[in-house]
Structure formats: C-alpha cells, structure tokens
Design a protein around this ligand. Structure first.
Ligand code: ADP
Length: 608
C-alpha cells in the first residue's frame, strides 16, 4: 500500500493558540519593567497626595496655633502704656532718690504684675537704670540693673513700642519684653517694660503631639518643643547678626549653633524636606504678624512615604495577581484551543485516512476482480484443449450410440436400443456436469468474503460427504475449532468436499480407511485446515500435474480432473493458497487461509 501523505492543517486557529515566541524572556522583562514603572508611579502619586494631605493639616494647625500665640502676646501690647500712665511712676522718675516714692512705685508695679499675670513689670530711667520693679523684693530683682543695651529699651526711649524676645540677663528666664515710654511735657523721662512668659506655649504644643518652633526675625528658634533646638538658628547667620546678638545678649552669651548648614529661605506653607540637626524633616512655616517671627512645624517624612509605599505595595500586589491570573486564563484558553485544534486535526486526519483507505480498497478490489477474472479466462484457455477433448469423445460416442440405437430399433431389438439410450443419457449427464462446473467457475461476481466459522464449514462438508464416507467405510477424525477465516462458505465447502472425496478415493484399496481434518493457526498469522489420508500418497508424476485442469488418474470417467484446479482458483480468490505433500502414511492437503479479525485460538481436540 502506498504511504499516505497528509497535508498540513490549513485550518484557522484562534490567535492565542498560535505558538508564542520562542523566547518569552523579552516579554516577561517588558511586563516586569511596566509593572515596576506603574508601581513607582503609584508610589510617587500616593506619596505626593500624602504630602499634600499632611501639608494641609499642618497649615491648619499652624494657623490655629499662630493666632493663639498672637492673641496671647498682643493682649499685653498696651499694658506698659497703661501702667506708665500712673503718676506714681512719673513721680518716682522725677525723684529717684526718694525711697518712699520708689517703694510706692514698687508696690504699684507688683500690683500690676499680679493683676495681669505677666512675668514682671519694671520702670527704668532714660539711662536704662531700673528704678522700681514688681520683683523688687526677690533675689532676682531687676532693681539697680541697667537694660540700656536691650533693643526694646532703645525703641521705647525713641518714643516707640519696644518688642523683644530674650533670655533674661538677671533671671536667666526667657521672655517677651514689651516696652513703652513715659512722657512728661512731650519728653521721654523713662521706660516701662513688661516681661511675658511664653514657655507655657511649648507645653501646649507638646501636648498636641506636634513638633513646633518659633523663630525670631533673625532666624533663631527661641520657643520650641525640642529643647535641643532652643536658641539655635535654622540657617547660618550673617556676621553682623551674630555680633548684634552678642551685644544685646538676646539669648545669653553663646553664639547660636546652626541647625541647617546651608543657607536657605524661611519655610512657607508648602512642605519642604530639610535635614534639621542631621535628622530629615518636612518643614512648613507661617510668618507671625509684625514681630518678624515665624512659626515652624516639623513633621516626619516617613509617614507620607509609608503611605506611598503601602499604596504602591497594594497596587503592585494587585497588579501582579491580576497579571498572574490573566496569564493563567490565557494559558488555560490556549491549552483548550490547542486541544480542540488537535482533536479537529486528528478527526481530519482520520477522515482523510478513511477516505484514502476506501478509495484504495475500491481500487484494489477492482484490480483484484480484474485479475481474478483474467486468471479465470487464462485457466479457461488452458482448459479449452481439455474441454474439446473431453466433449468431442462423448459426442463421437453419442453419435455411434444413437446410430446403433436406431439400427437396434429397426431390428426390433429394444433391449439393446434402451441400453444405448441409457448410455446416451449418462454421457449427456457427464457433459452437463463438466459444463456446470465450468459455468460456476466462470461466473463474473467476485467471491464475497466474510468471516466464516470453520466449525460450521467442516460440519456441512462432513454432511455432504456422509453417503460416500458411509459407503466406503471411512473414519473421519476432525478437530473442533473456534477459528474463523475470511472466505465464501459455499465455495469453501466445495473445496473441502473435493479434498475429502479425493482422500476417500485414494484409500479405495487400503484396509484402514481414515481421514484426519486438522485446524491450526500458523506462525505467519494464517489459519491452516489440513486433510490427511492414509492412502498411497502422491507419486512424483502426480505431484507435477496435480493442480492442472483435467489431470486425473481416476479410472473410467470417475474423475473429471477439475477438482484441484478449481480448488486452487477458489482458495486463491479468498486470499489463500493450497499445498500438497506426502506424509507417512498418505498425502496431506493444506488450505492456508486468511483469518477473520478477532479470531480466537484453536482448541485442538480430536473428535470422532
Ligand atoms: P479428479 O478427482 O477428478 O481426478 P482432481 O483434480 O481432484 O481430479 O485430482 C487430480 C488427481 O490428483 C487425481 O486423479 C489423483 O491422481 C490425484 N490425487 C488427488 N488427491 C489425491 C490423494 N489424496 N492421494 C493420491 N492422489 C491424489
């Protein structure tokens, strides 16, 4: 059979089923890069959002605390003016050597301090010398001290309001100083100063859990929740400012240490990342009224960063999960599609194969039929000589017998006439049987092959041969079998009957007449049915012509010599062959046939 070449599948497959790129790494790398970019963008976006959020909240807090501070400070703005309006102080200024007037002024100032709950109230002459103070009777008394060097004194002496935050040179306590001039006939004759304690604000801010600082107009932090930052400047100070601070002793003796090494502008409402004293902070600030102060809020940059990171993590994880899920679904669909495609392909191949097999079978059958027919015609050609011989002889005999029968009737010899007529009948019958055999053989229809049960065929053949077996006194032993062969049951019987009859004929002159029918599966996957007799066997001469048409050794028209020639043709038509051999004793004829599909093993068991 020619090999069957199958065309490659031309069917369209869905896009996801097409074999993907040989190397998936570039795509994986691109996806990973994209994922990283999205995660980074998410981080940046959420970090910014958290920053803006903390900025807004920070500005609200600063706003509230700044106005709180301003209100607290400004409510004392007019206190030195009010206190200074008291004539008692004017009198003390006019007679500083009068102990009684000074004592009166002291008591008055103590009264004013107690009533307004400020840190101290005190009176200075135009030289900055303290004449009277609310703390006159304490060890930390201002009386006798000179504050000429303080800017607030100078501002008041010049007729304005002095404002100044400083560490007290006497007490060491920081405070906010507000000073006002005392006028007499439009002349400044002295200065009244009020010291306000702002330390309470630090506690208040701390209680809110905030990190805050108040810087002065020079950039020095004087009020702060962080003790380490106190009297330190946020940015480096100019030389002139440093010497000014030394002169005024604003924050005591030490030169302010810088918290941030680089010079920079004061923080505004937008958060700025800064390293304050080496620690990273987000800083925002707001200027505080006319004082030139600035309220600064410091917050931890880790919090917005953590929010950004958390969001990025969640988005990253979500996206990764989504990608994995997508990949899984994609792979699953691809597998399914591949499986379907391969199933369709297999079905297509099977259909194509079946189609080819059917076509090929039809071709082979046609070729076979033609070959068989040709074979038959060739055999008929071979037979022609024999036939003409076989028929012309009886015809001559018929003619003679008929002529003689006519003469016998003329002579009224009816006995001989009827004998001749009987012989004529016999000859006609013989010719009829020759013609019949040939007619059956020359039929155009091919043998219809089908699974044939050998048990059945053997049984029928034994039945057909039974009269002859009985008359000859032959014993026939045969195997029972389950085997089936491919064949035409009637023709197979014809062959088997022929072999049995030949066997019985061959044993005519034997004392023991016995035939053995055997069935076995052969090594080359065929089924062999053998008929063995106990006769004289086949002489070399007989063996040479055994299967030729009209070859017979049987006497007196007993055999036509067609049995084996036809048997051979019939068996070949069934895809089998017939073989003859001598055995001890007798001859054996083997029919080697095609097994039917799914035939079972024979159970060789001789039976009578
Ligand atoms: P026929 O039986 O009409 O003679 P066959 O073709 O069947 O024609 O047989 C041809 C010849 O083969 C027989 O005449 C016989 O000489 C020989 N032959 C067939 N079978 C046997 C056998 N079992 N033993 C010996 N000779 C046989």
């Amino acid at each position: 059979m020619p090999s069957i070449a199958l065309a490659p599948a031309a069917e369209k497959t869905p896009p996801w089923t097409r074999r993907p790129m040989g190397r998936p790494w570039p795509i994986l790398a691109a996806v990973a890069a994209l994922l990283a970019l999205v995660v980074w963008l998410a981080y940046a976006w959420f970090h910014q959002a958290a920053l803006r959020d903390s900025e807004t909240r920070g500005n609200a807090a600063i706003e509230r605390l700044a106005s709180d501070l301003l209100v607290s400070v400004e409510k004392f703005e007019h206190l030195p003016y009010l206190v200074g309006a008291e004539q008692m102080l004017t009198r003390a200024l006019q007679s500083p050597g009068d102990p009684e007037r000074i004592a009166q002024a002291n008591r008055y100032l103590l009264f004013a301090q107690k009533r307004t709950d400020v840190a101290a109230v005190y009176l200075m002459d135009t030289q900055g010398h303290t004449l009277a103070a609310s703390n006159w009777d304490l060890p930390s008394s201002f009386v006798g001290r000179n504050y000429r060097f303080r800017p607030y004194f100078q501002d008041a002496l010049n007729g304005g309001t002095g404002r100044f935050y400083a560490v007290g040179v006497t007490t060491g306590e920081p405070g906010f100083f507000i000073a006002a001039p005392i006028l007499s006939a439009s002349q400044v004759i002295g200065v009244v100063a009020v010291k306000i304690d702002l330390n309470a604000f630090e506690d208040k801010w701390r209680a809110e859990g905030l990190q805050l600082a108040l810087s002065d107009d020079k950039g020095v932090l004087f009020l702060t929740t962080e003790p380490a930052w106190r009297y330190r400047s946020l940015f480096p100070l100019k030389g002139a400012v440093v010497s000014q601070l030394r002169e005024t002793l604003q924050y005591g003796d030490p030169t302010p240490v810088t918290l941030i090494e680089r010079a920079g502008s004061a923080p505004g409402p937008t958060v700025q990342a800064m390293k304050v004293g080496g620690v990273p902070y987000l800083v925002q600030g707001r200027p505080l009224g006319r004082f030139g102060w600035q309220l600064l809020l410091f917050s931890d940059p880790a919090a917005p960063r953590a929010r950004g990171l958390l969001a990025a993590e969640l988005i990253g994880m979500g996206l990764t999960l989504l990608l994995l899920l997508t990949a899984l679904v994609w792979q699953y669909r691809r597998r399914m599609a591949e499986r379907q495609a391969s199933m369709r392909e297999r079905a297509r191949v099977v259909a194509e194969l079946e189609q080819r097999i059917a076509t090929r079978t039809a071709e082979l059958t046609a070729a076979n039929d033609a070959a068989v027919q040709t074979g038959k015609l060739a055999l008929l050609g071979q037979m022609a000589a024999g036939i003409s011989h076989e028929i012309s002889q009886p015809l001559t005999a018929l003619r003679t017998l008929a002529d003689n029968a006519g003469k016998f009737l003329d002579r009224q010899d009816t006995a001989n006439a009827s004998s001749n007529l009987r012989l004529i009948g016999e000859l006609c019958a013989r010719m009829g049987s020759i013609v019949g055999e040939l007619k059956a053989f020359a039929r155009k229809e091919p043998a219809r092959l089908q699974p044939v049960s050998l048990r059945h065929v053997i049984g029928s053949s034994l039945m057909l041969i039974e009269p002859m077996r009985h008359a000859s006194g032959t014993r026939i032993l045969h195997d029972d079998t389950d085997l089936q062969v491919m064949g035409d049951p009637i023709r197979l019987e014809q062959v088997l009957v022929n072999l049995l009859r030949n066997g019985i004929d061959a044993m005519e002159s034997q004392r023991e007449r016995r035939l053995d029918i055997g069935v076995r599966a052969t090594a080359d996957v065929h089924v062999c049915v053998s008929v063995q007799d106990h006769g004289p066997g086949l002489s070399p001469e007989v063996q040479q012509h055994l299967f030729e048409p009209f070859f017979t050794t049987k006497p007196g028209g007993k055999g036509l010599g067609l049995g084996l020639a036809l048997s051979k043709a019939i068996v070949r038509e069934m895809g089998g062959r017939i073989e003859a051999a001598n055995t001890q004793p007798g001859a054996r004829f083997d029919l080697i046939l095609q097994p039917a599909p799914h035939t079972r093993d024979p159970h060789a068991r001789p039976a009578d």
